[in-house]
Design a protein around this ligand. Sequence first.
Ligand code: CP
Length: 312
Amino acid sequence: MNTLSVSHLLGIKYLQEEDLHLIFETATHFKEVINRPIKKVPSLRDITIANLFFENSTRTKLSFELAEKRLSADVLNFSANQSSLKKGETLVDTVNNILAMKVDMVVIRHPDPGAAHFLSKRVKSCIINAGDGTHEHPSQALLDAFSLQEKFGDLSGKRIAIVGDILHSRVALSNIYALKMLGAKVKVCAPKSLIPKHIDSLGVEVSSDFKQTLNWCDAVNMLRVQNERMELNYFPSSREYSQSYGLTNELMKELRKEIIILHPGPINRGVEISSEVADSDQAIILDQVENGVAIRMAIIYLLASKLNISIG
Ligand code: CP
């Protein structure tokens, strides 16, 4: 297969395993390109992409922008808090006005689950979901799985744990879909209050025993506690959370094996992960960020190939 089965990237749920392999193959090529002295290719010089961020972001926003520029696309950046949304304009009107300026593709991050899907049904443009509320963060899951594949090769049968605020995490859901599609065994681990009901229906194991989970896994993806999405107290305090679910050097030393550590960022040092562990050789956190640019170049390139526009 040399084309994606989808015309938008709304979530991993809507992809097939062949799509993931095609994205990884294309990202491997672009990773080689961005490590050359001249990091840019002319492929998308006839394409204009708008990055619409209705929620804060450092990694995803800059990574998409850099990926677009490395592909020679024209780039428009939109920040919700400096826009006419404040004057009452709707999301669909905002996007249709941007598209009237001859924009070909929209990357959107939005606090509402389903925002990217909603938009894809109402505007005539290719939509890429850069994170929609607690729903999905597909480009993050793709870069996480790609980074794991670089370490392990085939992920079939590999044991991957996702630890932390599973309840509020779009990274967790997209990771579960991607890792299961690639044949990995997945376990989620958190205090019971941070585990969604019926998550086992996605074919994952569920645990609240952090040490047992660390002993089980080949790699662990440590998630941040998403205080900005919490209206209630889900655990007594950050200190107590950290004592039960924080990844420390002491815990790592107790393990009788080496495991790979991922984190999507932003890190809360001393809460879900200690500085020593985050900066250790077993942590591939900055490799994930590097791979994010290549993965996003692949996503954009492959989706642009489906538009009726010439690409190099
Ligand atoms: N991983 C991630 O989505 O980080 P940002 O919120 O900084 O984009």
